[in-house]
Design a protein around this ligand. Structure first.
Ligand code: CTP
Length: 324
């Protein structure tokens, strides 16, 4: 990788809207092609002009990209296409050696390749695009679940016969068998290891800090949110959380309650929860998940820095689509 002592600097740009593990996997591969990864986050205006408005704002997309463990530097409001002027800026000011993009065609509205110039001067490299996930696909999952929830809620307007026929076809209990739009994505152990490694982990360990994140099973999420959730399956959610630079380890399929056993086994000093969370009517009948750590005096509430939630993002998307 390293030519002599000078680090190899690579550049990857993108919209990174509705950040997902496909983006994380792209950045992971890009980082592996060099020593330092500089990421260009495309401006809202440039995204609007080239592919339509993003769901998340520049500020939100930037916060997500900066939180990924493979990202060393970010360039804000990057252009969508690598122009001659911007390319020279990358080479001279940012000392970039290679410009990287996924192996999917990236065309400008006029049909030309956004990376044509970089390719021409031999400073372009490619990584493998991750199948089965994209921002468009996530918007589709959100709309499909909103539609399904709406159909179930509207069930009462059907006639009695329709209702009973319907009831046979679509039982409405929580924890229902998985519906079609949920991804069948399965990570291999190698992929989990790839997502788990990062220099941040070492630093955190030296500081004596360690962040273990418990990720609920798909069944627990269905019980909480309804049968059309989660939008991302357990494996997808695990890779997304693992790609965050502040996370050391994840429990893949954590139980609803933090148990005494867990606290002992994982040697947990504090159990923390944010002030912002999804509200759920299903919570009423459920036990307090933090009863044990509370009784031990090791439960802490952290002020959530933002009010954004899965539902609030879904609301933005639904507001922009005629779905009913
Ligand atoms: N990428 C990838 N795998 C995916 C999605 C994106 O490897 N499933 C890569 C792209 O090839 C690109 C980078 O991630 O190099 C940033 O992609 P972005 O500009 O955000 O947009 P898209 O390629 O359109 O991805 P999406 O459809 O998810 O928005």
């Amino acid at each position: 990788k390293t030519r002599g002592k000078k680090p190899v600097r690579v550049y990857m740009d993108g919209c990174f809207d509705l950040m997902h593990y496909g983006h994380a996997n792209a950045l992971r591969q890009a980082k592996a092609l060099g020593d330092e990864l500089v990421v260009g986050v495309v401006s809202d205006e440039e995204i609007v002009a080239n592919k339509g408005p993003p769901v998340l704002s520049m500020e939100e997309r930037l916060a997500l990209v900066s939180g990924l463990k493979w990202v060393d530097e970010v360039i804000v409001k990057a252009p969508y296409a690598i122009t001659e002027e911007f390319m020279n800026q990358l080479f001279n000011k940012h000392k970039i050696d290679y410009i990287i993009h996924g192996d999917d065609p990236c065309l400008l509205p006029d049909g030309t390749d956004a990376y044509a110039l970089a390719k021409k001067v031999g400073r372009y490299k490619q990584i493998k695009r991750t199948e089965g996930v994209s921002s468009t696909d996530i918007v589709g999952r959100i709309l499909a679940s909103a539609k399904a929830v709406k159909v179930l809620e509207d069930g009462f307007i059907l006639s009695d016969t329709e209702k009973s026929n319907n009831a046979k076809e679509i039982p409405v209990q929580a924890g229902q068998a998985k519906v079609g739009y949920v991804s069948q994505f399965l990570p291999t152990s190698r992929r989990i290891v790839q997502f788990s490694n990062g220099k941040i982990l070492k630093t955190a360990r030296q500081l004596g800090e360690f962040l273990l994140v418990g990720i609920y099973s798909d069944q627990t999420v269905s019980e909480l949110r309804g049968s059309h959730f989660p939008l991302m399956n357990l494996h997808e959610r695990s890779l997304s959380v693992l790609s965050c630079r502040y996370v050391d380890e994840v429990i893949i399929g954590a139980p609803w309650e933090v148990t005494n056993d867990m606290i002992k086994t994982f040697n947990i000093s504090f159990v923390v929860h944010g002030t912002v969370a999804e509200s759920s009517s299903a919570l009423n009948g459920k036990s307090d998940p933090y009863a044990v750590p509370k009784s031990m005096g090791i439960f802490r509430v952290l002020e959530s820095p933002k009010t954004i939630t899965t539902s609030s993002v879904a609301q933005r998307i639904i507001a922009n689509h005629e779905i009913y």
